[in-house]
Design a protein. Structure first.
Ligand code: GLV
Ligand code: MN
Ligand code: MN
Length: 398
């Protein structure tokens, strides 16, 4: 499975993946998923939001055990974030069959579309739509950097954008969702464990900061006459870092767009995207408000107007305690399996409000993620598959 998927959407220059939703690379990933389902004689379907499902057993029977993750990537992402969960799901199903385990509940593998939100800005768009946490009207008009709407991109890829929306009937069929994911930190490396169970996801969100100044000549405009939004932006980046450190939280400006983006012109507009996360929602709200205030105050000095739009938000997720404890017990008990929180967002976090949900993490020896350097050892990946098979067998088989 890795051999087939590894070249798809990989940039030969950076070695990173560019598998953005509804692009040809995404279509290749989706074709791979469909082929994996067919090779195992699973019932394949695409739901109204473009998420792919592969079923063993009758979906309509209800109380299904679902596992899976996503196949899209961030810009120049690593090989494991998402695909490890999908590949492990198919491999765990193979393992169950090899063990001769007989499912007494329907089992499904899912590929949630557009988890990273790299192209249209909203993370977990596929699961959010399904859970009714993103309205179809809002989703359809989201635009990528070239101005292409999500609706147009879906249509081009053969998916009907008019059909998207909440899917409570589908969610009602799921009795448990378990997502396996490469760890995006070093907790397991530090504890010396190959696999862990998730306890919670920090609340997190994305905010777009528009800094509007005035374009002018870089060689002739006196410093005192400038309204330079780059200056306000730069100060905001520094303020965000300082305030995040003071709050014990995280704030990152990782994406920026500049207009007109000329080397010899003062910018007219700088647009920066803030990703911020904290252990609790009050800390996060206070931190973002403080960053916005710092930006506005600095903007007033620079003659730059600052506007802030929240583009997405995910409240704190506390995974279902019963299911978490069941997973821990199936994997040998709390003394052998660490239970840990994460600052990374996942479709599991979106589903958790509607369905009992749990996650397994596989050790990442460097902790690096959202980068081509992301890694996991083969033995640990195999341990992840075994753990997922143990969990699926315990939950869904007689
Ligand atoms: C998803 O990977 C996120 O946490 O941004
Ligand atoms: Mn990710
Ligand atoms: Mn992921």
């Amino acid at each position: 499975m890795w051999r087939d998927l590894l070249p798809v959407g990989r940039d030969s220059g950076t070695g990173g993946y560019r598998r953005y939703a509804w692009t040809p690379a995404d279509a290749d990933c989706r074709a791979w998923f469909r082929d994996q389902a067919a090779a195992r004689a699973l019932t394949y379907e695409v739901d109204r939001n473009g998420n792919q499902w592969a079923w063993l057993g009758d979906p309509a029977a209800g109380d299904a055990v679902v596992t899976g993750s996503h196949l899209d990537s961030v810009p120049d992402g690593g090989a494991f974030d998402g695909p490890l969960g999908v590949i492990s799901s198919f491999a765990a199903l193979d393992e169950l069959r090899a063990r001769g385990a007989t499912p007494t509940r329907p089992l499904a593998i899912v590929n949630f579309t557009d988890e990273e939100g790299a192209r249209f800005g909203v993370a977990c768009a596929g699961s959010r739509l399904t859970a009714g946490r993103l309205t179809p009207e809002h989703a359809r008009q989201l635009r990528d950097a070239d101005g292409v709407t999500l609706a147009a991109a879906m249509e081009k890829a053969g998916q009907d954008p008019e059909a998207i929306g909440a899917d409570p009937e589908r969610l009602a069929r799921i009795g448990a969702f378990v997502e396996l994911h490469v760890e995006q930190g070093r907790a397991l490396d530090l504890s010396g464990d190959a696999v862990g169970v998730a306890s919670a996801i920090w609340p997190h969100g994305r905010w777009r900061f528009d800094f509007a100044g005035e374009a002018n000549h870089a060689g002739t405009t006196r410093l005192d006459d400038r309204r330079d939004p780059m200056l306000t932006y730069a100060n905001t980046v520094l303020a965000a870092r300082k305030k995040a450190r003071l709050a014990g939280a995280l704030a990152t400006f990782g994406k920026v767009a500049v207009e007109p983006n000329g080397v010899n012109a003062i910018a007219s507009l700088v647009r920066g995207w803030l990703d911020s996360r904290a252990a609790d929602e009050a800390t996060l709200a206070d931190l973002v408000a403080a960053i916005e205030q710092a930006a506005t105050e600095r903007g007033a000095r620079d003659g730059v107007a600052v506007t802030v739009v929240r583009e997405s938000f995910t409240p704190v997720v506390e995974f279902a305690h019963d299911l978490r404890d069941r997973l821990t017990a199936l994997l040998g008990g709390a003394a052998t399996v660490p239970v840990l929180p994460t600052g990374a967002g996942h479709d599991a976090g979106i589903l958790a409000a509607a369905v009992p949900t749990a996650m397994l993490f596989v050790r990442n020896p460097t902790g690096v993620s959202h980068s081509p350097a992301e890694s996991a050892a083969e033995d640990d990946c195999v341990a992840g598959v075994t753990a997922l098979a143990d969990v699926l067998e315990g939950l869904a088989c007689s």
